[in-house]
Design a protein around this ligand. Structure first.
Ligand code: FAD
Length: 346
């Protein structure tokens, strides 16, 4: 009989796990709550523009990521050429260090291509939009969604939502196992920084030598600012589209402020930072709140690995404690490989 795996979440980790099992006999189903794929590595289209409003690009930490992205197809693959500069709390700009100028990957069609291209190599079924609310362990795993529909049975289960959402799923689970409270505590203990992203569009070009500015002393209300027009295919000629990520403190304080009230404040900060008064008056604005943007640390490895004998697995940036797309991707791939080995009985 074919082994089956349910994956909750089609982000880099979930798609990576499915990709790792592409040549196996495992029958994989992904449940994803949103209409798109790639999670926090997100792309939106508006007013003729395309912008990555979550993760900005994929870093090539150790060479293997670049190899994998090339294998997925080089058409439309973008390596952002312009450098990342830095700024401090006083708004003083400085040229960045070399490390920030390593490969910066995305695609003309947006960073969601990562999950799309990984999944295109598989025959997994992505069930979406389906939000899983609880999981149940009997002889197999069953999942229940927010419409009350039950899915299963599955031999193995892989959970990839951000840690607080994974902890909530575990808290709702029907699984009679003495390890469950420790598991919920370990996963729930991972803390996160919140980021509110603002998107500011202008009908003119900006003549600056950098792709992005990052606040290195973490004392400015603006944490990151980047020029989406440095990515081919994202912004029409003659326009500027700034992706502005506010600091965790500012984002938490202003998370629910209406866009039309908070965007002028953000635009004014950007105009001052870049010393260009035109930037205080964007043509149009957009935003996205990321409550669980960046995990601060990882979950205790041996606690979360302890459930693997019941064929319950976890993957994602929070598992490795590195808030990066490539970290989530490789953690997903390695977890997928481990699931394949376990189901084969290796
Ligand atoms: C604003 C911002 C900027 C960033 N910038 C960068 C950057 O420049 N470079 C970089 O490398 N990283 C960056 N990151 C971090 C990067 O986006 C993450 O580390 C990475 O995308 C995490 O992938 P993941 O698969 O672990 O989780 P996610 O991408 O969060 O995927 C989890 C998936 O699970 C789904 N899900 C959650 N709950 C349920 C449920 N109950 N049922 C069904 N589906 C569910 C979600 O919809 C999501 O698709 C940034 C993140 C943010 C928010």
């Amino acid at each position: 009989m074919t082994d089956s795996l349910a994956i909750v979440g089609a982000g880099a980790a979930g798609a990576g796990a499915a990709y790792a099992l592409r040549d196996s006999d495992v029958d994989v189903t992904i449940f994803e709550k949103s209409r798109g794929v790639c999670g926090r590595a997100a792309t939106r289209r508006k007013e003729g523009c395309r912008y990555d409003h979550g993760a900005n690009y994929i870093k090539d930490a150790d060479g293997r990521t670049t190899d994998l992205l090339s294998e997925l197809g080089e058409d439309g693959l973008v390596d952002i050429e312009e450098p990342v500069w830095t700024f401090d709390a006083a708004g003083q700009l400085s040229e960045g260090d070399g490390d920030r100028d390593a490969h910066k990957w995305t695609w003309e069609d947006g960073i969601t291509q990562l999950a799309k291209r990984l999944l295109a190599q598989t025959d997994v079924h992505v069930d979406q939009p389906t939000r899983i609310e609880s999981v149940e362990r009997g002889d197999h795993w069953h999942l229940t969604d927010t419409d009350g529909e039950t899915h299963g049975p599955f031999d193995s289960l892989l959970l990839t939502p951000p840690a607080p959402q994974t902890a909530a799923l575990l808290a709702e689970s029907k699984w009679n196992d003495e390890r469950l409270p420790a598991l919920i505590e370990a996963v729930g203990a991972v803390s996160y920084r919140t980021i509110r992203t603002y998107v500011l569009d202008y009908g003119f070009e900006l003549d600056v030598p950098y792709y992005a500015l990052v606040n290195t002393d973490k004392n400015h209300a603006v944490g990151w600012l980047s020029r989406e027009e440095c990515k081919p295919g994202h912004v029409p000629d003659g326009e500027t589209l700034l992706v502005v990520q506010m600091s965790p403190d500012w984002s938490t304080d202003h998370y629910d402020d209406p866009l039309d009230e908070s965007a002028p404040t953000v635009a004014q900060m950007v105009a001052e930072l870049l010393d260009d008064e035109r930037l205080s008056d964007p043509e149009w604005v957009d935003d996205q709140g990321w409550r669980y943007a960046l995990p601060d640390d990882g979950a205790v490895d041996d606690v979360i690995r302890s459930a693997e004998d019941e064929r319950l697995y976890f993957a994602g940036d929070w598992v490795v404690g590195d808030a990066r797309v490539h970290a989530a991707l490789w953690n997903g791939i390695e977890t997928g490989e481990r699931i394949g080995e376990s189901l084969r009985g290796d």
